[in-house]
Design a protein around this ligand. Structure first.
Ligand code: SF4
Ligand code: SF4
Length: 86
């Protein structure tokens, strides 16, 4: 399941560099997560790094993007393949 950033975000900039998949970007009002790049940090870390560093705990699961661990791993492989092609 991808994660999402809520409007409680204070735009502190801490999570963006912590993401191993470059899934976090600054949106119109606050930072946001690209669901097609968020793997919950599967393949990189034991736990979501953005959630670990966020000082205001505003990164819940995104129920609109429910995925199994296997699907998250497949997403990671797709991201790696696409990085290789660039
Ligand atoms: S859970 Fe991991 S991959 Fe997903 S946005 Fe947070 S740091 Fe990036
Ligand atoms: S760490 Fe939390 S508060 Fe800071 S920019 Fe990221 S989501 Fe927003």
């Amino acid at each position: 399941m991808a994660l999402k950033i809520t409007e409680q975000c204070i735009n502190c900039d801490v999570c963006e560099p912590a993401c191993p998949n470059e899934a976090i970007y600054i949106g119109d009002q606050h930072y946001e997560i690209q669901p097609d790049r968020c793997t919950e940090c599967v393949g990189h870390f034991d736990a979501p790094q953005c959630r670990r560093v966020c000082p205001v705990d505003c990164i819940p699961d995104d129920p609109a993007h429910v995925e199994t661990p296997a699907q998250l791993h497949e997403k990671l492989l797709r991201l790696r393949a696409s990085a290789r092609d660039q």
